[in-house]
Write a protein that binds this ligand. Structure first.
Ligand code: HEM
Length: 409
């Protein structure tokens, strides 16, 4: 039975006809407007030229995939030319498909889907390039300094199968079926040139689960996570690569650091609430910095209790991660929860797919992670960094061109 036939199945409608919109039951909130929007028309704002899926409210679901281009581990000029050809074919196909998805929504790729039963759901596609690809494609000279491999950190517990990748695909949507369908469509485009190295299906709170969908959501440790992120003009400066700050193909783009961080949830929830609050330096129910009122209160690292002890402890996560203690280092944290069930040893395989966007990882993620690892962030006892990757995310494709085109010309 074809998907087109399924559209009208059991409804008395013929194939190709669609159901009228469902009547709104009394008391049910209207569909949030962003659910009905394609990314291209969403009020994401943010700096011009950035690809979708970097700034703006993150959609509830995101597939993050790293792919390897066939032959990229090989050597020799002819192999490099072949890798460049394969990579550019994939990028060309993804650019065209992403443009269509942004414009038309999932009905563009799900056979039989009509606009009434599969909303665009803020569908967004983001494409990136891994650090070893320029050299593998014979363009080592065009590798920006900001694309240097991440250094090793003292707390790394990395698994090779969750690290690296030549290409990045991030597909976000407010609906997991929309995201999965778009992933299927995009991967079918580059099948003969690249294969998936690792993938994570990430999720955040859905709009249905909050009175205020714009409020910062909680992670799987129960913390409000993402509060002290750069905003306004600071966000633009933090995230976007400036003109002249490296090769032209990355001007207007951004760099993404991905860390698959497992949470030791049983250990975490065995601690009492006061201890858990001290580990981060924030109140659990409200998310306020310890000693302050309200989640948006400014962090005061000098604040002391009546006996002169710091309210935010020496090893609290927000003290060690703060720009003040990392030469002003900033990044936009826009991660997703993941939950892969239980491992063979009976422990939960769940955590945070930490994703940090910045104009230069050497002045964003790297110093902060080094400080957290070397100076005993209190959170380290409850987390394991098991996967790691870095991607250069070029600016949006030029009119009639494709993402990353200048790298291959
Ligand atoms: C702040 C959780 C890993 C950088 C916070 C906050 C929470 C949190 C709850 C306070 C609220 C907020 O401002 O967002 C976590 C968890 C992690 C994790 C659960 C791992 C599973 C990391 C990593 C980095 C990082 C790997 C960077 C290397 C930051 C920064 C802040 C922050 C920069 C803001 C600090 C400030 O107030 O200035 N994190 N975090 N976090 N985190 Fe993390």
């Amino acid at each position: 039975i074809g998907a087109a036939a399924l559209v009208g199945a059991g409804t008395g409608l013929g194939a190709g006809e669609v159901l009228p919109p469902r009547a709104q039951p009394a008391g049910e909130a209207a569909t949030p407007p962003r659910l009905a929007m394609a990314a291209a028309e969403s009020p994401e704002g943010g700096p011009a030229r950035l690809q979708p899926g970097i700034t703006g409210t993150p959609p509830a679901f995101s597939h993050v995939l790293a792919l390897d281009v066939h032959g990229a581990g090989g050597e020799g000029a002819s192999e490099a030319a072949a890798v460049a050809e394969r990579a550019s074919q994939v990028l060309r196909a993804w650019s065209a498909a992403a443009e269509r998805l942004h414009r038309e929504g999932p009905a563009a790729v799900v056979p039989g889907a009509a606009s009434a039963d599969l909303l665009p759901a803020s569908l967004s596609v983001t494409v990136g390039i891994g650090p070893s690809l320029p050299a593998a494609a014979g363009r080592g000279d065009a590798r920006p300094a900001a694309m240097a491999d991440l250094p090793a950190f003292a707390t790394d517990a990395l698994h090779e199968q969750w690290c690296g990748g030549d290409l990045l695909l991030q597909v976000g949507a407010e609906d997991p079926v929309v995201a999965a369908s778009a992933v299927q469509h995009l991967l079918s485009q580059g099948r003969e040139h690249a294969r998936v190295r690792w993938s994570v299906r990430g999720f955040r709170r859905t709009a249905a689960a909050a009175e205020d969908p714009s409020a910062t959501p909680r992670n799987l440790m129960g913390q409000i996570d993402g509060t002290n992120n750069p905003a306004g003009s600071l966000l633009d400066q933090t995230v976007q690569v400036r003109e002249g700050a490296g090769p032209a193909w990355m001007a207007g783009g951004s760099y993404l650091v991905v860390r698959r961080i497992r949470m030791l949830l049983a250990d975490w929830f065995a601690e009492d609430v006061g201890h858990r609050e001290g580990v981060i330096g924030r109140d659990l129910p409200t998310g306020a910095p310890l000693g302050r009122e309200g989640v948006d209160a400014e962090v005061d690292l000098a604040a002391e209790d009546a006996r002169g002890r710091p309210l935010i402890g020496d090893h609290a996560h927000i003290r060690l991660a703060s720009p003040q203690n990392n030469l002003g280092a900033r990044m936009l944290r826009r991660g997703y929860n993941y939950d892969e069930g239980w491992r063979a040893d009976g422990t939960r395989d769940a955590g945070l797919l930490f994703m940090a966007w910045q104009a230069d990882p050497a002045r964003g993620f790297v110093p902060v992670q080094r400080n957290l690892a070397d100076n005993a962030d209190a959170l380290n006892e409850y987390t394991r960094h098991e996967g790691s990757a870095l991607f250069a995310v070029p600016p949006a494709a030029p009119e009639g061109g494709y993402l990353g085109q200048e790298l291959f010309e």
